[in-house]
Design a protein around this ligand. Structure first.
Ligand SMILES: [Zn+2]
Ligand SMILES: [Zn+2]
Length: 143
């Protein structure tokens, strides 16, 4: 599992990034969220508490967190980017109807890297896989 919000904040501070209440709120929201939110969703959730915060502020902060390596940007399809603060190795199942992203894990898949390396001579550094379909909610009959 990833670092705690406090650890992440300490690390950011050590790189000279000034910690603001907004910044803290955005990072906590991401780290406590399992939903892989878009910048818009973060904005909607936080704007009641931070009425003066703009979507641009959210984007700038997300960019900063991505660059600092605390957050992963997910670009699937042509939808707006989603953000994931869980940096552990995991895969995503993506719903084509509602865009929901659900985490799952399948450790045997790392053998793919060994096999790829054997067949190609590459020094393999990682791989990416996504699964697409209808989420449990969307595939439920007469919902
Ligand atoms: Zn769905
Ligand atoms: Zn994820």
């Amino acid at each position: 599992m990833g670092a705690t919000v406090e650890q992440a904040l300490e690390q950011l501070k050590s790189t000279g990034v000034r910690m603001t209440p907004q910044r803290h709120a955005i990072l906590s929201f991401l780290m406590n969220s399992m939903t892989h939110p878009t910048a818009d969703e973060i904005y909607k959730s936080l704007s009641p508490a931070f009425p003066s915060m703009s979507v641009a502020t959210i984007y700038n902060n997300l960019r900063l967190f991505v660059d600092a390596g605390f957050v992963r940007e997910l670009t699937y399809g042509d939808d707006s980017s989603r953000f994931d603060a869980d940096l552990s190795e995991h895969y995503h199942a993506i719903c084509r109807s509602c865009g929901t992203i659900v985490d799952f894990d399948y450790p045997p898949l790392t053998e793919v890297e060994t096999e790829a390396s054997r067949q190609t001579g590459f020094k393999v550094e990682g791989h990416r896989m996504e699964v697409y379909g209808q989420c449990a909610e969307c595939s439920r009959p007469n919902s």
